[in-house]
Design a protein around this ligand. Structure first.
Ligand SMILES: [Zn+2]
Length: 455
C-alpha cells in the first residue's frame, strides 16, 4: 500500500528483500559500544531468562541462560557456565524471545506527511530525520530488524548508515531504495500535471520493458539496495489507478527477478489484484506484500514455491477506518471499501492453505512503534500465537535469507533479544509491552525504559 507521507512515500515504495552477506550483516559494527565506551565485543553478558521462546519450536523453555559475547549469542541452555566477570542481566521474571522483524516498513515516512503533497515540500534530508525518529520508536517496540519497502532520495541508505555508525539507535535495516515500476503505476509519483511533476526514468525507479526493468534493478543495487521492491498493481492510496489490473508484464517481471537474483538480491512485490500477483509469483519473487485477492490456484502455487505472503493487515485496517471516518481521499476510500473485505477473506484462506506467512505491517501508513499490533491481527486470521511469533522471527529471517544469522535464539546468531512479562503464547497482546531490547549485544531498553544507548 502506498504510504501517505513524505516524498519518500510518493516516489517510492519499492521494496526488496534480501540478501546475504555484505557489511550490513556484520555482527559487530561501530554501534556495538556501550554508553561507558567499553566495546560490547569485549563484554560478556549472561542473561537469565525465566522462560525462552527460542524460535526453533512452538513451545517455551524454562530457566535458561543466554550467554552473549561480541554481539553474538555464544551459548543457550539450562546449564551454561557463566564466566567470572560477566555482566548479569536478570530476566528471571520475564519471557525472552528473538528480536522481532517487520518485513514491510516505510520508516522514513509518517502518515501525517501527506504523501502526495510532501513530495513537493520536503527536503530530502527531512525524510532521513523522520526516519531517525521512527527508527528509535521501532527499536524500542522490540523490532530489531526491518525490511524497508521504499524511500526516496536514498533516505533509507542514509538512515541505515547512521545506525550502523552508532550515531542513532535503530533496527538493522534492509533497504530497497526506491520501489521500481511502470510509468503511471503505483511506484510512480503520478496524479499531477506533467509541468508539476515531469516524467522520469530509471533514476526514479520507472521502467517500461524488460531491458529497462534490468537497468532499474541495477541502478538501485548500485546505490546500496539490499533488495528490490516492485509494484505489481496499483495501491489503495495512489491516485487515478484501478487496483485490480496488472502493471508489470510477465517479461518485465522475469527480467527483474533474473537480474536481482544474479546480484544476490530478492524481490518483494506490492500486489493486490490476482493478475499482478500471478505475474509476480510465477517470475519467482520472494514475497507478495498485501495480497488482497488470492484464489485457491495461486495459494497452491505460493505454497509449492515457498513464496511468502506478507499480509500487512494493520495497513488494511488503517485505510478501512480512515475510509469510514471520512479522512481518506475519495478515490482511496472507494478502493478501500472494495479491497479490504476481499483482503480479509484472502488472508484467512492463505493461513488455512498453509502458505508461508511473514510478519509485515506497512508502518508509515500508520504511526511507527505500534507495529506489534499486527500479532493480534494475525491471530484473528486463524494463526496460533506461536505461529504469529514465528512469522515475525524465524519465517521473516528465512524470507530475508538470513536465517543462518538471525531469527532464532541459538549459538552463533545475532544477539537480538526482547522480553515481555507473562506468557505471550497465551496472549499476544503482551508483545505490545516489550520491556527489554537487545540488538547486536547492546541493550537499548531495560526494565521497561530506554537505556542510555536507546536514548
Ligand atoms: Zn508499503
Amino acid at each position: 500500500m502506498r504510504p501517505r507521507g513524505g516524498r519518500a512515500a510518493a516516489l517510492l515504495l519499492s521494496g526488496g528483500l534480501v540478501l546475504s552477506g555484505g557489511l550490513a550483516l556484520a555482527p559487530v559494527t561501530a554501534e556495538a559500544q556501550t554508553p561507558s565506551g567499553q566495546s560490547a565485543a569485549d563484554e560478556v553478558v549472561a542473561i537469565r531468562a525465566g522462560a525462552l521462546f527460542d524460535g526453533t519450536s512452538e513451545t517455551l523453555r524454562e530457566n535458561i541462560t543466554i550467554l552473549v559475547r561480541g554481539g553474538q549469542i555464544e551459548a543457550v541452555g539450562a546449564d551454561v557456565t557463566v564466566p567470572a566477570g560477566a555482566r548479569q542481566v536478570d530476566l528471571s521474571g520475564w519471557t525472552v524471545l528473538p528480536g522481532f522483524f517487520d518485513m514491510h516498513t516505510h520508516i522514513t515516512s509518517d502518515p501525517a506527511d501527506g504523501y502526495r503533497e510532501s513530495q513537493f515540500r520536503m527536503f530530502p534530508g527531512e525524510a532521513t530525520l523522520v526516519g531517525a525518529k521512527n527508527a528509535r520508536l521501532t527499536l524500542q517496540a522490540g523490532f530489531t530488524t526491518v525490511r524497508n519497502a521504499g524511500a526516496a532520495e536514498f533516505a533509507d541508505q542514509a538512515l541505515k548508515r547512521g545506525i550502523e555508525a552508532g550515531l542513532i539507535p535503530g533496527p538493522r535495516i534492509f533497504t530497497a531504495g526506491k520501489g521500481i515500476g511502470i510509468t503511471g503505476g503505483h511506484c510512480d509519483g503520478g496524479g499531477f500535471r506533467p509541468d508539476f511533476r515531469p516524467e522520469t526514468g530509471i533514476e526514479d525507479g520507472i521502467f517500461n520493458g524488460a531491458d529497462e526493468a534490468r537497468a532499474a534493478v541495477r541502478y538501485q543495487v548500485k546505490y546500496g539496495a539490499d533488495l528490490i521492491k516492485t509494484c505489481a498493481t496499483a495501491g489503495v492510496l495512489s491516485a487515478g489507478t484501478e487496483i485490480g489490473p496488472a502493471q508489470v508484464t510477465p517479461e518485465e517481471f522475469e527480467a527483474m527477478v533474473e537480474t536481482a537474483t544474479m546480484l544476490n538480491r530478492r524481490v518483494m512485490a506490492h500486489a493486490h489484484g490476482i493478475e499482478g500477483i500471478r505475474n509476480a509469483v510465477r517470475a519467482g519473487v520472494a514475497s507478495i506484500d498485501h495480497g488482497a485477492v488470492l484464489d485457491d490456484e495461486i495459494l497452491a502455487e505460493m505454497r509449492a514455491r515457498g513464496t511468502y505472503l506478507v499480509p500487512t493487515i494493520m495497513a488494511f485496517e488503517y485505510v478501512w477506518q480512515a475510509a469510514e471516518s471520512g479522512t481518506l481521499a475519495p478515490w482511496s476510500a472507494i478502493k478501500a471499501r472494495e479491497i479490504v473485505p476481499q483482503a480479509r477473506a484472502s488472508h484467512r484462506r492463505a493461513v488455512a492453505a498453509g502458505v508461508p506467512i511473514a510478519f509485515g505491517t506497512d508502518a508509515g501508513v500508520f504511526p511507527h512503534g505500534t507495529n506489534a499490533d499486527e500479532f493480534r491481527l494475525l491471530v484473528e486470521l486463524g494463526m496460533t500465537p506461536p505461529q504469529a511469533i514465528l512469522a515475525a522471527t524465524r519465517n521473516a529471517a528465512d524470507l530475508m535469507g538470513v536465517l543462518d544469522q538471525g531469527g532464532t535464539v541459538e549459538a552463533g546468531k545475532w544477539a537480538d533479544l526482547v522480553a515481555v512479562q507473562g506468557n505471550p503464547l497465551e496472549d499476544v497482546e503482551l508483545l505490545k509491552e516489550v520491556g527489554f531490547v537487545m540488538k547486536n549485544g547492546v541493550i537499548y531498553r531495560e526494565g521497561g525504559a530506554p537505556t542510555a544507548a536507546g536514548w
